[in-house]
Write a protein that binds this ligand. Structure first.
Ligand code: NAD
Length: 290
């Protein structure tokens, strides 16, 4: 396929490189980041999109994704597909799909899980909203960039799945970290805590696969001085998107709201910026109840 790729940052660059390495013709544009090996440099977003069968975007937020969508849709031909892999708000994803439909262009919102490591290894998971025909067109590209793509229904549902997952993840990480800090103060050693919880009803991905306590469980960012991994800043972004979505549909999400507040404090008023989101554990360690 001919692929246009806009947004060649930490995630986009390895994704574009994997598509080129698999034999696709990839033309990329990013105003700030260089094109990776195998990807031809376009002069602007429209140039990247011209003659493309599929245009992929991997951008920081909904406003930029909408602006880039407007530019690339003007250069695309009917019957082609716009595939946005950015994590953005549900309303922006649905607005992009509506703009694309006006031009008879297929649109998919397909945010990812798996981080920079998954992007480099081609093992991302895609959560996809949009019509089935566009999903079928994009499937071979999902197979190169990832290990799994789940079609979640109509436009916006990929973003909905992503923020619901990450709302659970943020709240669960906080619960796991505060329980470790409590166990410390009760004199329960961390290995015993892990051995019990990881095989009991309190188990979770954050305990079993991504344990926030250094030296306990499988290797995780805690073992690497909390270098991300999945940065607390990105968790805060996703929690904010979850609360924005919850407000827009009048959903009661008290745990998600509290998780957003805690990550905002950690990232914006404490020392959490640039650290992995599991660094909530040393944060709780230093604190008392007030
Ligand atoms: P990044 O900031 O490294 O990359 C974004 C890129 O978009 C930058 O290089 C920027 O120059 C480029 N850009 C901005 N405006 C542009 C425009 N008008 N045209 C073309 N390019 C433009 O961010 P990232 O870590 O690659 O994340 C990208 C998206 O993936 C975000 O929505 C993020 O939430 C999501 N995500 C990131 C991770 C992660 O671990 N980094 C994991 C899952 C999802």
């Amino acid at each position: 396929m001919k692929i246009g790729f806009c947004g060649l940052g930490n995630m986009g660059a390895p994704m574009a490189a994997n598509l080129a390495a698999a034999g696709h013709t990839v033309k990329g544009f990013d105003p700030a980041s260089p094109c990776p090996d195998g990807v031809a440099a376009a002069v602007n977003t429209g140039d990247a999109a011209k003659d493309a069968d599929v245009v992929i975007t991997m951008l920081p937020n909904g406003d930029i994704a909408k602006a880039v969508a407007r530019e690339v849709l003007d250069a695309m031909t009917p019957g082609t597909v716009l595939l946005d892999c950015s994590t953005i708000d549900v309303d922006s994803a649905r607005a992009i799909a509506a703009m694309a439909a006006e031009k008879s262009i297929g649109a998919l919102d397909a945010p990812v899980s798996g981080g920079v490591g998954g992007a480099a290894a081609g093992t991302l998971t895609f959560m996809v909203g949009g019509d089935a025909a566009a999903f079928a067109t994009a499937q071979p590209l999902f197979d190169i960039m990832g290990q799994k793509a789940v079609h979640c229904g109509d436009a916006g549902n990929g973003q909905a799945a992503k923020i619901c997952n990450n709302m659970i993840l943020g709240a669960t990480m906080i619960a796991t970290c505060e329980a470790f800090a409590l166990a410390d103060k009760l004199g329960l050693d961390r290995q015993s805590m892990f051995d019990v919880v990881s095989t009991s009803s309190g188990y979770s991905w954050t305990m079993n696969a991504y344990c926030p306590a250094p030296g306990i469980g499988p290797a995780s960012p805690a073992d690497n001085d909390y270098q991300p991994g999945f940065a607390a800043d990105l968790m805060l972004k996703d929690l904010r998107l979850s609360q924005q979505a919850a407000a827009s549909v009048d959903a009661d999400t008290p745990m998600g709201a509290r998780a957003e507040t805690l990550y905002a404090e950690f990232v914006e008023r404490e020392d959490g910026a640039g650290k992995d989101f599991s660094a909530m554990l040393p944060r709780f360690e230093k604190r008392g109840r007030s």
